[in-house]
Ligand binder design. Structure first.
Ligand SMILES: Cc1ncc(COP(=O)(O)O)c(C=O)c1O
Length: 376
């Protein structure tokens, strides 16, 4: 007899046989380390790139209401003004997460008869946001300007190009100089999700577009407060009228509870903290790890704090990750559907919290892992 939940068991079995099964593991982050039960590992998986997420905050008050009702604590507008200035835009709008910032902005602007050009490696939240709009979606080859030029010729009412700044699973920068040229020539709106470049790349951590001198060419910035800023939440930054329309038409903005004000206070506190020294330390650490990995014999195409070691096989990648774990390094194996099947990888993320000793120890472990799994 079939049970009505047999399909759940069967789906889980299928995931397991493809080596794609995921399981939540209890852990606690402690400075540069991560604790699993009694095991303490060097954390090479943090998005808290500057290590700002380390300090605690009190005064935890919850308002539990939508921002358009009673949830708009005055701290939101203080932070939004700072974020707008940070991005050299007229206004900013905070969302509960970066994921929701994409869901809540792209469908407000892109409509039926419009065309969205989206990088094939764009984050799941961008993909989902494009699907929520009624626009035609045309996926272009990763960072391939020729493909964008070809695809943008399609007939459409309005045209959009959407890309990440630093690609979250590859660690490479979008070719924003060229992409912004094509956008300008075709009168297309350019949307940049800079979740990983914001507060990390460019002058004063203003982000990837600033790094390439094209900050003014971006029409809508989408970003996260949970990564480089070490706080929590997401935001968009753009012209006044785009923010105004978003407040009025964005379902993920209107129909959900506001972030608790203590989270906004936390983000404000992080925003005013001295971040430059940490940014310098982060980029020194990035250089040290990248040079170290290269001198051991690893190859990768990253120019940022996100470094993918592509192994290919899902099974081998899981075993590689387990070896690193047993030796004292936490670096998450990344598999389908986060990346394409057969392109499983170990994704390192570097933070400013790592010392020279952590890095040297990690490199030793990566060297022995590379030899053991014959990928060097
Ligand atoms: C490119 C990109 N956009 C958006 C997000 C979502 O940000 P958040 O974690 O704040 O929801 C992520 C998170 O990993 C991301 O990598």
């Amino acid at each position: 007899m079939k049970h009505k939940l047999d399909f759940v068991t069967e789906t889980l079995e299928k995931i397991k046989t493809r080596n794609l099964y995921r399981k939540l593991q209890d852990n606690r982050v402690q400075g540069p380390y991560i604790l699993f039960k009694k095991k303490k590992l060097i954390n090479l998986c943090s998005n808290d790139y500057l290590g700002l997420g380390n300090s605690k905050i009190s005064n935890m008050q919850l308002q539990s209401s939508s921002r358009l009702v009673a949830g708009n604590d005055f701290s939101f507008s203080i932070l939004e003004k700072k974020l707008a200035r940070h991005k050299s835009q007229e206004s900013a709008l905070i969302f509960p997460t970066g994921y929701m910032a994409n869901l809540g902005s792209i469908p407000v602007l892109a409509r039926k008869d419009d065309l969205i050009l989206s990088d094939e490696l764009n984050h799941a939240s961008i993909i989902e946001a494009c699907r929520l709009s009624d626009a035609k979606i045309s996926v272009y080859k990763h960072n391939d300007n020729e493909d964008i030029r070809k695809k943008i010729r399609q007939k459409a009412n309005r045209k959009f190009i959407i890309t990440e700044g630093i690609f979250s699973m590859n660690g490479d920068f979008a070719d924003l100089k060229k992409i912004s040229e094509v956008a300008e020539k075709n009168d297309a709106l350019l949307v940049l999700d800079d979740a990983h470049g914001d507060f990390v790349a460019g002058r004063d951590g203003k982000g990837s577009a600033e790094k390439f001198g094209v900050a003014k060419k971006i029409d809508v910035y989408v970003s996260s407060l949970s990564k480089g800023l070490g706080a929590f939440g997401g935001y968009i930054a753009s012209r006044d009228k785009i923010i105004d329309l978003t407040v009025n038409a964005s379902r993920p903005f209107i129909y959900t509870s506001a972030l608790p004000s203590f989270i906004v206070d936390l983000a404000l506190k992080r925003f005013s903290s001295k971040r430059e020294k940490r940014r310098k330390k982060l980029w020194n650490n990035v250089k040290m790890i990248q040079n170290g990995l290269e001198s051991i014999g690893y190859t990768f195409n990253s120019s940022s704090q996100i470094i993918p070691i592509i192994i290919g096989s899902e099974k081998k990648t899981m075993e590689f990750g387990k070896y690193l774990f047993d030796e004292g390094v936490f670096a998450q194996p990344i598999r389908y559907p986060t990346v394409a099947l057969g392109s499983a990888r170990i994704r390192l993320s570097v933070t400013a919290l790592l010392t020279r000793e952590h890095i040297e120890r990690s490199l030793d472990i990566f060297e022995s892992a590379g030899k053991k799994f014959r990928i060097l």
